[in-house]
Design a protein around this ligand. Structure first.
Ligand code: NAD
Ligand code: KPL
Length: 340
């Protein structure tokens, strides 16, 4: 079996669990030679055989092309990877990425989890028994609920969460598009993670992306949740880009009710009082700024994948139940999206 240690030759390995759009983005931008993917458990056995480092069959590597159309200031670093095309003027680049599938977590120094929210607990459960207790784990899921579930299941581990506005998608299996540059905030969820935040931020910043330490990561995740709750379900139900929801009757009839529910829930959960009109303005600013985007929820519905509604509006419904707060609009949106 080939361990992460043998693969990198240095023992300094960042493992990524969830080789989808976001996982492939981090993997492509981190220094090569120190990064690899953990496979799904059902695929792991394919790689678990005795092979020497010099003789890795092609299926033990994950190959794709990173397409970047980002500002010139973020021009490709490449990290020794083959740059297929690059424009110093526009910043556009196509970079060949080839990373190993790892078979062990024994020597990893950082684990990035980029599965969908609903897959995260199960995905981590398959690997954590073999992962050193002190390895920091960073959760990148949208919404809320999955992060708390992981922290409650493994409270003794350094578990951090990240909230990111980076945008990545895969128009075809072998192509990854870094569609929009954003910011990423990272903060501790469990007690021991506090001591790892600075070094994790430093490691992630090697990508050239904007990374910030966040003392109140749950608060930060709530801010993104509000925006996702006010945009994503409408785009999925109306099958339209983000900006087109704003003039639709479905949105117009429900947005004030939705924002009132979220305002009460926010105060109950985080002690932060934000007026419904302020929440609506935040939602509409993002909808206007991303007017031509297909939201992640609409993309999931169009691709026939399970959506993250349970961790967005569905999470707000669960919060309401805990606090005895009625959430009819969130409930309606959750049920209707699940019915798609
Ligand atoms: P994705 O569906 O492209 O990737 C998820 C990957 O996880 C898939 O490749 C899937 O095969 C893999 N996976 C599922 N179960 C697994 C298991 N048990 N073991 C190993 N791998 C498993 O999704 P994505 O777009 O990369 O998003 C991942 C998370 O990041 C979501 O919560 C999303 O909301 C969040 N996010 C994504 C973006 C983005 O631009 N893509 C931006 C911000 C936040
Ligand atoms: O985060 C998003 C998503 O699609 O999940 C928004 C902010 C709505 C941008 O598309």
């Amino acid at each position: 079996m080939v361990s992460a240690d043998e693969r990198s030759g240095s023992g300094r390995v960042i493992a990524i669990l969830g080789a989808g759009s976001l996982g492939r983005l981090w993997a492509a931008l981190l220094p090569s030679g120190h990064c690899g993917f953990l496979p799904r458990p059902e695929h792991a056995s394919r790689f678990m055989r005795s092979i020497s480092r010099q003789d890795l069959p092609p299926e033990t590597r994950c190959e794709y092309v990173l397409v970047r159309s980002v500002p010139p200031s973020m021009a490709p670093q490449g990290f020794g990877r083959e740059i297929l095309t690059a424009s110093p003027v526009s910043g556009d680049a196509r970079i060949h990425v080839s990373l190993p599938w790892l078979e062990s977590t024994e020597s990893i120094e950082l684990l990035l989890v980029t599965t969908k929210a609903g897959d995260t607990l199960k995905a981590l459960g398959s690997w954590l028994q073999h992962t050193p207790i002190g390895t920091p784990i960073v959760l990148f899921q949208n919404g809320l609920g999955s992060q708390q579930a992981v922290a409650e299941r493994w409270p003794e581990r350094p578990i951090l969460a990240a909230s990111t506005t980076e945008g990545a998608n895969r128009p075809s299996p072998e192509v990854l598009v870094h569609a929009g540059a954003g910011d990423t905030w990272v903060g501790a969820l469990t007690a021991s993670a506090v001591y790892h935040t600075a070094s994790v931020v430093q490691q992630l910043a090697e990508t050239g992306l904007q990374i910030h330490a966040e003392e109140s990561i749950l608060q930060r995740l709530w801010q993104k949740l509000v925006v996702n709750a006010g945009i994503n379900p409408f785009t999925a139900l109306l099958d339209c880009p983000n900006g087109d929801i704003l003039n639709s009757p479905l949105y117009q009839q429900n947005i004030d009710g939705l924002c009132s529910e979220i305002s009460v829930l926010l105060e109950a959960e985080t002690s932060e009082a934000i007026a419904p009109e302020v929440l609506r303005e935040r939602i509409e600013t993002v909808a206007r700024n991303t007017a031509s985007n297909t939201s992640s929820m609409r993309a999931d519905v169009l691709a026939g994948r399970k959506t993250e509604i349970d961790y967005i509006n569905g999470y707000l419904v669960q919060c309401g139940k805990r606090h005895g707060i009625a959430t009819p609009v969130n409930q309606m949106l959750t049920e209707r999206v699940k019915g798609l």
